[in-house]
Design a protein around this ligand. Sequence first.
Ligand code: IPE
Ligand code: IPE
Ligand code: MG
Length: 238
Amino acid sequence: MSELINKLNIPKHIAITMDGNGRWAKERGKKRVFGHNQGIKSVRDTIEGAVEYGVEFLTLFAFSTENWKRPKSEVNALMTLLIKAINNETKDLIKNNISLKTIGDISQLPLKCQKELAESIKKTKDNTGMTLILALSYSGKWEIINAIKKILQQEVTSENFSEDIFLQYLSTNNVPDPELLIRTSGEKRISNFMLWQIAYSELYFTEKKWPDFRKEDLKEAIIEYQNRERRFGKTTTI
Ligand code: IPE
Ligand code: IPE
Ligand code: MG
């Protein structure tokens, strides 16, 4: 890819559905968990790329509400991997001035996982560079229902209710909506990710499976984004 990235038009927020680990492993005659393990390298490289290109928020969809329905052995392996990864990577997050956040029903995660995440969030909270958001036990529908539950506990009336009020109750409050949503592995679906926030996101699908995804692929996605005209319902400007 020889095209250059335009530093003046970098999406502030990129969200990625990291998909295809299992198939990647199967293609190599290995167990699915091998693919999840390899996916960590892609996470590391993608974070590095996002920092390099000047992305302000990077959200990684790591585990969905629906993923709890997978075999117990795979869920356990994913949780163990998550604990290990957070533990290993926190020092690099600090070094790279990245702050960690999570979205999703974190209370569903094993306690050890919750503890590891809380520690990393605490250690990185004053960092002023990129914000890394891990979506864990997350789904868009869960988030919307969760927001409604919180709203019902408040004295909000229909007269003063608005989009701006609603989004204060989402877990992405204070985070701009992603301009770009990337999904790896060739699947062209949303799979219950960020339903509210992606209302106007540019969607980018790549055939590459997550363990093969590198910062060059992120660059390619950003360049394609930069070549699109975002009209937001208006007429063309070119
Ligand atoms: C993405 O890869 C990781 C998670 C959903 C946790 P998959 O595990 O979905 O891999 P495929 O899509 O089955 O190949
Ligand atoms: C979406 O991938 C969730 C994550 C990447 C965390 P899935 O593999 O779970 O989605 P489906 O089953 O293809 O819709
Ligand atoms: Mg999948």
